[in-house]
Design a protein. Structure first.
Lengths: 348, 342, 348, 342
């Protein structure tokens, strides 16, 4: 099966062929590199930009205004923080112009830890992104969802922030993307750029379809009755594994869309289990998981058997390079497992 | 040994046309009327602020000699075949020269629900008009320079002669976005059809240009990028018209950028926050132009006065009309957060 | 009594005379204007900068590195959002250099609604600021606290973000700042710049003292037993008034320091009342009040008589100019009063 | 009518000293040894990465001919009387030329607790040394240009001859912070003693300068600001030394900025992410310099080889030592969040 980088690439190929995507651009996004994580290799509308994140976001906005359909990349979300004003502007342009100007644009950026990226290649962006109104925000945890969410993002009339969990980009999926060949090696030969000279290389795209994951719809990865676990991105598969390891009957929800998010899905599950753990790896102060905790107590307080819990990144100024530093800074399998067990066992 | 370095000088020529009126009489009169109409509008907006019919005023009195010719030269319409316009908040005169009805500016001033630019959400002077490719004027200074390459890129691909026009103030050129615009417009082989304008009134609120920026001419900022540049007298509508015309033609046909700095006046201070009173020691482009028109026998002072009265009155009428228009309702705050699905 | 703008000005004067403050700077901060809210009039180290927020924050960092003690202003917090990367860098420099480089710098910026500032002069910054590690964050609601917190900020060895609630800047205090003359008119004559030509004007500073409000310490504005209300900035006096209007026996806490914050104070109060309302005006998704809600359920769940509640700004792309739009977007007296009454009356 | 506009050309001269060796033999040999030592260090760092003793490598092989003279010319010490240094991540050679012990770079590569720059928190090449005014090298590109005016301002006030040196890559000049540095260094009457350096290796990761930036010479970016500028050959240590010396002297004495662009090579690609293999079609400054030293009878190839072997070995010894040094403990993640109170 395709890995997530390949899945995104295929979705973007589909989108430039069928959904009107005109520009896939950013630092090192075009040939020869095709993106630092290979997610844009071989795409016909991919191009390289100056090293200027403000220019990238600004140009995306201009392109969208003029009728193009851009997919802009910020090479690492660690480098998006000088553009927050522009992201806010993109998010308020439709509203401020009372619907005159909408901005159909996608911004994608790799997020999170897991590759020993040190202080500046380990940032999360979900807390900051969810505080910016006017954007839709998605974050897949599987290649198939990455494919389907990218299709939806490229169809949306509004700005969509597509967060790519760095640690999962090279992990192969367990579900087939409609159209991809069954054999990984065949797929790789078709669409992965060769090492060495790429000037004559052209990808051979499989016959792809418009498989779409609707924005705003969560996925119940595993049903269960003992407690609810809500996560997304890198920590989602850890939640699945931790529950299995601990033999807990957890209901695990992959949120996938952070804004708008599938409150109905969370609510139904929490009503059933009475216990909920939210897991993400952004730093834990003014964190999106805290929004979910707040909403939970606001609407479901009297149905809770235990306080809703959050496992998130420590509130440290950065994620240190050394192994032990990264491990202690962002949730690991063990942390999640322990939190689940405690929550499942918690009694007043 | 090779020579070490040279002390370099500013290189963009300053262009003026001080004593000439080499334009059609009809055009001269048209420009005059538009300038006067715009001034009447701005003075009404200020009066509205002062009498409590609006919370804040900012606008363009003093820039008419530049903004009117700019408006006349724009290729107006929707989509990449037409000009895309990333404007500053002092450009009511440009809109009026393009044919906009001044009543809408009054509506925005009074933040009525009928304000077509923002529905009572945004400050005066923050225009937005999609049918004419006028992208929303934004309060954050200079972000327009970061967006302009995007619309210009679409126009470059589209072909034809539609270009992007982006304007901003002198102080704002200190923001990095101005530099971004220069870089993104001159990518080798991908030069963009964008007319980059700086209106230099020598002030950013209370801070003078002379104390903050070491560039002798702001247009020199384009030189390193091998871009055409010039500094023009934006207080003279004739000079402004001719110089802008040449720059527009270059950008339309060559599909490459041009950086124009226009020296202009700030005639009522920065905004209502600084009082919005007439500043006597700044050149008033309308008075100066009327002097010349009178001298050449094109328009007498009396005739000019009549033009002014006509518009003062017309706009006063509009203001009375707007007075009774409804304010937006609190229940609408979420409207248009998302684009309409259709 | 002094208003908050005057109080800040006096504290800065004290700080440049006695605490080593070397540079008070930003757009229009120096003569002749002395700041768009007059908070820096007449200060001897105040100077005007280019219109470049990134340059302002960057220069502050450089100044702090070289041994100066800067107080930088961002004219409105609405315009700070292109500097978030620099703020993050300022917040991690000491940590990343394992303590070699600390940055004793203050950034002050007006925040919030209340002056019909429209989309771009009404932003709040508390949610964003509290998500940036390595900063101390304060926000006074009275002139005396503004004075005392600024003194502490100018003594701190770390970056301190001083949020100025715009709506309160011109409100006179009820407590005297040690040293200020009793008569407002006398004070104004001494330290407010005259209208018209200011080139020859010099302020006459009162004899001031190092009255300091420690960072991290909340203030119980009113004791009470029925419910706890935690707020700061513009909404704090509204909470006081709403409680009085409703005749509620509320304990009202002015947090004053957002980071680090006085958890002990909140905790003691919530233990006593079992009910807590958090009030701020930043948009309500991924909001600092949600962090406080999370911490409350995490540590005090079993002592709660009702769910902790949050009143915050609506999640709108901007605050519209028209009266009704602003009123509907951010908490007003009525909203706060209703929330208090509901919470006080809430039973399962 | 006045002339309309002129097509303007890049104006900063390109300075080279191709055939001369007008420096002291002692200095030439010292520079050579430092260059070789730095190369040996970088090659060891790369080897460590390749054998799993580090997660990521980035560094400066190829820039030695520029970075060594730079380091030799710095006025080293703590506080505003000395030079403040805002460095790029390719400047190990500058540090070694300043007298730094190479073992610390190995420690940072291996993210040991003993790494004095970041305690195992930051990537290789991200130096920080307060005793020498070396501010932490930051991963975000170009932010150093926004901070440099701050340290230079303190130095301007302090008097004496301490200056600020800021370096960055060519691609990074597209960030607005580079423009901010030009603006803040040239405020009229407040010009700052800052040596603004761009090392132009013609690449930003996989993206070539030629495809993205329209400035013929990056040093031309300073022209509009009436700043001294030059573009030099950074692959020639003699040229680099002489040109930097002149620029340092100007900034030290005139207390005004100077913009220097140095053309240099990127000899092992961008970083370990692009393989970190030797790039044959880039000029190797050490090979070239050794050729010249040999020709002039200053240092034979054999002698040069001996220098290299000495340092390869010495650094290998250090690497062995570092191998057993402890990693930081997970419990320390919050340490140094706040400054120590004393
Ligand atoms: C990013 C940003 N910073 C600060 C402000 C506040 N502000 C509004 S107008 C202005 C001065 C602008 O001066 P200039 O660019 O010369 O334009 P002018 O008003 O003179 O036409 C400032 C500082 C803002 N709107 N945006
Ligand atoms: C703000 C920011 N954007 C993107 C990156 C990712 N990045 C690291 S190095 C680099 C290229 C830098 O090129 P240049 O400035 O020429 O320096 P060089 O590496 O060639 O010395 C990029 C894009 C970054 N570190 N910081
Ligand atoms: Mg101006
Ligand atoms: Mg480079």
């Amino acid at each position: 099966m395709a890995n997530m980088a390949q899945a995104i690439r295929m979705a973007l190929h589909y989108a430039e062929e069928n959904l009107g995507v005109t520009d896939i651009f950013g630092e090192d996004v075009g040939a020869p590199l095709g993106g630092v994580f290979t997610a844009t290799q071989g795409l016909k509308t991919a191009w390289n930009t100056p090293l200027d994140e403000r220019g990238i976001i600004g140009t995306a906005m201009g392109l969208a205004m003029a009728g193009a359909r851009p997919v802009a990349e910020i090479q690492f979300c660690d480098y998006i923080y000088n553009t927050i004003d522009l992201l806010k502007l993109a998010g308020n342009t439709c509203w401020a112009s009372i619907g005159q100007w909408n901005l159909p644009m996608v911004v994608m950026t790799p997020v999170g830890s897991g590759i020993r990226g040190s202080i500046y290649h380990s940032h999360s962006f979900d807390a900051t992104a969810t505080h910016i109104p006017g954007w839709k925000i998605v974050m897949p945890s599987t290649p198939l969802d990455a494919y389907g969410l990218m299709i939806s993002a490229c169809r949306d009339k509004n700005p969509v922030m597509f967060l790519k969990p760095k640690a999962l980009l090279r992990i192969r999926g367990e579900e087939q993307i409609p159209g991809e060949p069954g054999d990984d090696k065949v797929l790789s030969k078709m669409i992965d750029a060769p090492l060495g000279d790429r000037s004559k290389w052209k990808p051979q795209w499989p016959e792809l379809t418009a498989y779409a994951v609707p924005i705003g719809k969560a996925k119940i990865v595993k049903t269960g009755g003992q407690l609810t676990v809500v996560s997304y991105g890198r920590t989602l598969p850890l939640c699945v594994k931790a529950a299995a390891d601990a033999g807990l009957d957890a209901e695990i929800i992959d949120l996938r869309s952070l804004w708008p998010y599938d409150w109905e899905c969370i609510k139904e599950s929490v009503k059933k289990t009475g216990r909920v753990l939210f897991v993400n790896e952004d730093t834990e102060v003014t964190n999106f998981g805290e929004h979910l905790v707040r909403r939970t107590v606001e609407e479901l307080f009297y149905e809770l058997l235990a306080p809703p819990r959050l496992v998130a990144g420590k509130f440290v100024p950065g994620i240190g390079l050394a192994d032990a530093l990264e491990m202690a800074s962002v949730p690991q399998l063990k942390d999640i497992g322990e939190a689940m067990q405690q929550l499942a066992a918690e009694a007043p | 040994m090779a020579p070490r370095e040279r002390k370099l000088k500013a290189v963009a020529p300053l262009v003026t046309h001080s004593d000439e009126l080499p334009l059609d009489k009809k055009l001269l009169l048209q420009m005059h009327e538009m300038m006067v109409k715009s001034r009447a509008l701005e003075e009404r907006l200020i009066a509205m602020y002062k009498s409590g019919h609006g919370y804040f005023w900012i606008g363009g009195p003093g820039e008419e000699a530049f903004n009117v010719p700019l408006g006349l030269l724009i290729k107006k319409g929707q989509g990449p075949a037409f000009d895309f316009l990333h404007f500053h908040y002092r450009q009511s005169a440009t809109l009026l020269a393009m044919g906009e009805d001044p009543i809408h500016a009054l509506r925005q001033m009074k933040n009525t629900a009928t304000d077509p630019y923002s529905g009572g959400r945004n400050f005066a002077g923050h225009f937005s008009k999609r049918e004419w490719n006028i992208v929303p004027v934004s309060s954050p200074i200079e972000v327009q320079y970061a967006m302009a390459p995007g619309t210009a890129l679409v126009q470059k691909r589209h072909g034809g002669d539609g270009i992007t026009v982006v304007t901003g103030g002198d102080a704002g050129t200190a923001e990095g976005d101005f530099a971004s615009c220069l870089i993104w417009s001159t990518r080798p082989g991908n030069e963009l059809p964008v007319l980059i304008i700086v209106t230099n009134n020598k002030w950013g609120i209370s801070t003078s240009y002379a104390t903050q920026q070491g560039a002798a001419r702001l247009s020199d900022r384009g030189v390193a990028f091998q871009m055409r540049t010039k500094t023009i007298d934006g207080n003279d509508p004739v000079s402004a018209y001719l110089e802008l015309k040449e720059a527009f033609e270059y950008v339309r046909t060559e599909r490459k950028p041009y950086l124009v700095e226009a020296n202009i006046s700030r005639l009522y201070g920065h905004s209502s926050a600084s009082g919005a009173n007439y500043v006597k020691d700044e050149a008033d482009c309308i008075t100066q132009f009327e002097e010349r028109l009178d001298e050449r026998g094109i328009l007498s002072k009396k005739e000019a006065q009549a033009v002014r009265e006509k518009w003062v009155e017309a706009i006063a009428d509009m203001a009375r009309k707007v007075k009774d228009e409804p304010q937006p309702d609190g229940s609408t705050i979420f409207d248009h957060t998302w684009a309409r699905e259709d």
